[in-house]
Write a protein that binds this ligand. Structure first.
Ligand code: COA
Length: 431
């Protein structure tokens, strides 16, 4: 059967497609802004037909209705990353959280987390019968490869991204044609604190560096201060509108990259239509699965690799908590450690953790001890640069005493006395 005949024979509607999900199944939902919301909504409408369907998802950008208390017998959420729409379910015990490195999720689908059904979103097929996974290749490709049944929402609005991002129509079991704008992510608000952090981070970045940027206001603020740099490159778990702006300003050429020269390499994308138009059919964009893009060994093949990520607390030893506030899970490990380790192994590489020195001016993020129950995302042997609006602390290769001194030096002045008191008691010496 040629691919066109196969495709046409397997088109159905969402209500019929989700009937293929059975009670007790593990369903993996396509990631972030590529979430196939039309299929997820149909699955929730069919809730009465299911008991105990496990929904595995990472950054959930849809409304995650399956997390609502009234569906607790029908669905159980297994979060690989917690977000606004899923954190209550996890905190209230209706959902679970699985700690994992983003780079290792594809391997989990082949081992401890076998997949029954993958709900994905794709572009319409090209002339060769290949669909692009668009803005999320990440674990979505691996979920489709591992699943017994693959159900795809075919969306003409999904940008066609190039790279290792294509799936053959014959690898999909049913197609639901439904057009809807790709989920947008509004640009974050950048205030004076984020700008000051961005300015400090920018002093660590040199012409020709390859960058990884985490999510949020701080990475975007860093980009504001890179407009005069030359030949920057991108090898990032994800990127957003800030990169498009910097590319248009001429600062990003990818021309000095030592791996995939000339290409923007990423595993997922979140932003506005401006970003989605930029990546659509763009031969300079190389989207690939997360077990490639986030593999520290692959990352390290970029010389002068700089990773920029954020966190919620750092203790005086340099232990970094990025995903929990005390015992409450607020996000996930994501690719932070993947990129910190990759940058550490890169010739000329630098790994940066950038954060505001306080939580809204009220408490210090630099603390003697992490909050009780906080998970350490980046261990003290992995951490290197920590940056706040007050400066830069370089920790790798430094003693506990030197680390504590450097971190106090970039803490908010209102909290330094308290931290100095702890320093004196801990190290039996003057600050
Ligand atoms: N104590 C109490 N609350 C804290 C806190 C602390 N130490 N630190 C942050 N918070 C609160 C904030 O006030 C904010 O609350 P709000 O939502 O009510 O406004 C919330 O936690 C989120 O913090 P914020 O600093 O606004 O988050 P962000 O969007 O800049 O993201 C991380 C920061 C650390 C959560 C995010 O970068 C992350 O999840 N990192 C781990 C994964 C990762 O690095 N992936 C890498 C690449 S994509």
């Amino acid at each position: 059967m040629d691919w066109k005949t196969y495709y046409e024979a397997h088109i159905t509607d969402a209500a019929a497609a989700v009937k293929r999900i059975k009670s007790g199944d593990r369903v993996v939902v396509g990631h972030a802004c590529a979430e196939p919301s039309h299929l997820v909504d149909a699955m929730v409408r069919n809730a009465a037909a299911y008991e105990n369907v496990e929904i595995v998802h990472m950054v959930a950008k849809g409304n995650s209705e399956y997390c609502a208390p009234e569906y607790s017998k029908n669905f159980r959420h297994n979060a690989l990353f917690v977000g606004a729409s899923t954190k209550a379910a996890v905190a209230e015990g209706r959902g679970d959280f699985t700690p994992c490195y983003f780079s290792e999720i594809p391997a989990l689908f082949q081992s401890t987390l076998p997949v029954d059904v993958a709900l994905v979103q794709v572009t319409p097929p090209n002339e060769h019968g290949m669909c692009s996974l668009g803005v999320s290749v990440d674990y979505t490709m691996a979920a489709a490869a591992a699943a017994k049944i693959v159900i795809a929402q075919v969306n003409e609005c999904m940008p066609y991204t190039n790279g290792a991002s294509e799936i053959a129509v014959e690898d999909i079991d049913c197609f639901v044609l439904h057009n809807a704008p790709t989920i947008p992510l509004a640009p974050p608000k950048i205030g004076p604190v984020e700008e000051a952090i961005g300015k400090n981070v920018a002093t660590l970045i040199r012409d020709g560096d390859t960058l990884q940027l985490g999510i949020g206001a701080i990475p975007d603020a860093v980009l504001l201060f890179l407009k005069d740099k030359k030949d920057l490159g991108i090898h990032s778990e994800m990127f957003s509108d800030g990169v498009v702006e910097l590319a248009e300003a001429g600062a990003i050429t990818n021309g000095k990259k030592t791996l995939r020269r000339g290409k923007y390499v990423a595993t997922f994308l979140m932003g506005t239509q401006r970003l989605y138009d930029f990546v659509d059919h763009n031969p300079d964009v190389y989207m690939a699965p997360v077990d490639y893009v986030n593999d520290p060994y692959v990352i390290a093949q970029n010389e002068n690799m700089v990773s920029i990520n954020s966190c919620v607390q750092v203790d005086l030893m340099g232990q970094v908590a990025s995903e929990t506030i005390g015992m409450t899970q607020i996000s996930g490990t994501g690719g932070q450690v993947d990129f910190i380790r990759g940058a550490a192994r890169s010739k000329g590489g630098r790994a940066i953790i950038a954060m505001s020195s306080t939580v809204k001016g009220k408490t210090s993020k630099i603390v003697p001890l992490l909050d009780t129950g906080a998970a350490v995302t980046t261990g003290r042997c992995d951490v290197d640069y920590v940056v706040t609006e007050y400066g830069i602390a370089q920790l790798k290769g430094h003693t506990l005493r030197q680390r504590a001194r450097a971190l106090i030096g970039i803490a908010h002045p209102d909290f330094r006395d308290e931290l100095i008191g702890e320093f004196k008691a801990r190290f039996h010496c003057e600050y």
